[in-house]
Design a protein around this ligand. Sequence first.
Ligand SMILES: *Cc1c(COP(=O)(O)O)cnc(C)c1O
Length: 341
Amino acid sequence: MEKKNIDWSNIGFGYIKTDKRYVSNYKDGAWDNGAIIDDDMITMSECACVLQYAQTIFEGIKAYTTVDGRIVTFRPDLNAERFANSARRMEMPAFPEERFVDSIKKVVKANEAFVPPYGTGATLYVRPYMFGINPVIGVKPATEFQYRVFTTPVGPYFKGGAKPITIRVSDFDRAAPHGTGHIKAGLNYAMSLHAIVDAHNQGFDENMYLDPQTRTKVEETGGANFLFITKDNKVVTPKSDSILPSVTRRSLMYVAEHYLGLEVEQREVYLDEVKDFAECGLCGTAAVISPVGKIYDHGKEICFPSGMEEMGPITAKLRETLTGIQEGKIEAPEGWIVDIA
Ligand SMILES: *Cc1c(COP(=O)(O)O)cnc(C)c1O
């Protein structure tokens, strides 16, 4: 397999079109067989449900090359399950979970030339998504849907080491109680765009969202879950019905407990107690863990002892262990690493 001529270590986090994508259509109550196609453009009615009422959901997963040259992906069954949950909450037909995993394998295999080689730090980002495609003007769910998966190579998230970031406590809310915070719907991101642009304009990297009901508890950022490390090395993650269940966060909690022998706890985390933690990180597929050095809360600064130069020791150990498992250097729990080619 001849790889594309791409400067893998220097590509950023933008869209690069690859050769193939997967498409399946839902009509008259059933999914068709699906196919790998060439056309990256989509034609739809001006009145398509997704354009009028944002009926769309997505997933994010990566395919990459292990140390022994296999092309694999990480826990796609959890993305399949989450995608089906997102669909049900959005009144969309669930895409069968086995077919979801199969579509990822097919589209990665078809774009094998775009899977970055081991050691470059780059990966092939895989984006499954689904949207209501038929015309809808009275407010109701679509009856026809399209499921697609495209891929795009992305560069190493941290070039030259992970530098801690600064985040602010946001005055905007991300997800209402009993709303859609726990599913991966485009609408959650639409409403976060103003908050993130505003945060960047004020010099912050990310927003920390609080629970909208009491504004006392930590939820998550726009696209990553929190992990905190206590001064006695316990790993704590916030519990709330409106947090998106991150595959990375769940995997890191498992690694903390079963590989590193650390105590782990999922519980409500109050903003008031954040100053007492030793380390803080953000977890998601893209970066695994981004260290947080400082949190700005309306004129007050919470500075973690790990500082602004490097990630804290437990965060670093967690990151190193999970990336070691992903890259095939450390034995993975059953079913975590799924071979593609
Ligand atoms: C996708 C996402 C995450 C990270 O989930 P992973 O499965 O680890 O990639 C966290 N928070 C939100 C809001 C997300 O949409």
